[in-house]
Design a protein around this ligand. Structure first.
Ligand SMILES: [Zn+2]
Ligand SMILES: [Zn+2]
Length: 343
């Protein structure tokens, strides 16, 4: 069953049957020129609210990036609505493997400067000049090539719980940082090496591939639809699965299991674990990996300091937060000296 672009009526019916009364979790993005993002945003919100869509959607002059869930029985109406918008007709929908009634709790459609915070100055290169898109089968063949360098374009806390075998996984907090690191590592091989990249759903590689071509790389490839689509194709076509562990996702599930391998560890005790959580202390909210045992002994907190704070009366907590309310920006996402087992 193919669940993107060419979803036939029959395939859609099968999908809905499988889902029953459940909600489908899906994501898509499209780079397009949107003249009035505010107006477009309102249009989406009114219609999607009607269809009981929940999720996080970003709209900008450069396009749309959407992660959402909707009742399975509204899927036809949703698809029809998308097809009625010229730049979203037949857009590839990445449909999640695991469906979860609570993946999103609200519908938020926000106007932003960009659909992904990529830190790039788009004026300096042609974002339309992107790399060659490859499907799962072509990707598998490509990464066997000894002349290929496979790069994970995601951040450290994403690749930590799952990545492709033999991928370079830059230890970075932002997409922008990994672009420079990779360029530096490969600067003498721009002509002959095949640069193959992947991310969660493809959106980051779309820009990265254009950027690298602009920087002089001759052979640039990207995994079409990212890990989400790869996992689907591997399952549906019975292909060899080269991904290990979990695919980090940005809804409350935090990760979609692709294989049973647990490649990460609890940041507090070091036991094998790949479940992300946010520190219970609202003023901290640190994203980190915590096993069930530590969650119990630490009251879902990242540190004893945070554990003390959450025991205070609410008003006192609020008073403590005053002036340091940006503390979750001070801590880099997923990093803290308090976490003994964070690599
Ligand atoms: Zn633990
Ligand atoms: Zn904390």
């Amino acid at each position: 069953m193919q669940l993107y672009n060419t979803l036939s009526a029959k395939e859609r019916a099968a999908l809905l049957e499988e889902a029953g009364q459940d909600r489908l979790t899906l994501s898509f993005y499209q780079y397009a020129k949107i003249g009035n993002p505010e107006l477009f945003r309102n249009h989406l919100f009114i219609k999607w609210n009607e269809l009981q869509v929940l999720g996080r959607i970003y709209v900008a002059n450069e396009g749309i990036n959407a992660q959402l869930s909707l009742p399975a029985n509204q899927f036809e109406a949703f698809k029809e609505f998308l097809d009625g918008i010229y730049f979203l007709e037949d857009v590839r929908l990445n449909i999640a493997i695991e469906h979860d009634l609570k993946s999103f709790l609200k519908l938020k459609v926000k106007v932003r400067n960009k659909i992904v915070a990529d830190g790039l100055n788009d004026e300096t290169f042609d974002v339309r000049n992107k790399g060659i898109h490859v499907d799962a089968e072509a990707f598998n063949a490509l990464i066997e090539d000894p002349n290929t360098v496979l790069v994970d374009m995601r951040n450290h806390y994403e690749s930590e719980i799952g990545h492709f075998k033999n991928a370079v996984t830059p230890d970075v907090d932002t997409f922008r940082d990994s672009l420079d690191i990779i360029e530096e590592q490969l600067k003498d091989h721009k002509e002959e090496k095949k640069l193959v990249m992947y991310c969660t759903g493809g959106i980051r590689c779309e820009k990265a591939s254009a950027y690298y071509k602009h920087k002089g790389f001759k052979n640039v490839f990207q995994l079409e639809g990212g890990i989400i689509e790869y996992a689907r194709q591997v399952e549906n076509k019975g292909l060899d699965n080269k991904f290990i562990g979990k695919n980090f996702v940005f809804d409350h599930r935090r990760g979609e299991r692709i294989t049973d391998d647990v490649i990460a560890q609890c940041h507090q005790c070091g036991t094998a674990c790949d479940n992300h959580t946010n520190c219970e202390n609202e003023a901290c909210h640190l994203l980190f990996i915590q096993c069930e045992e530590c969650a119990k002994t630490m009251d879902n907190c990242c540190s004893t300091e945070c554990q003390e704070i959450i025991k205070l009366p609410f008003e006192e907590q609020k008073a403590l937060r005053a002036g340091t309310h940006n503390s979750n920006k001070i801590f880099k996402k997923g990093r803290s000296e308090k976490l003994k087992f964070k690599k």
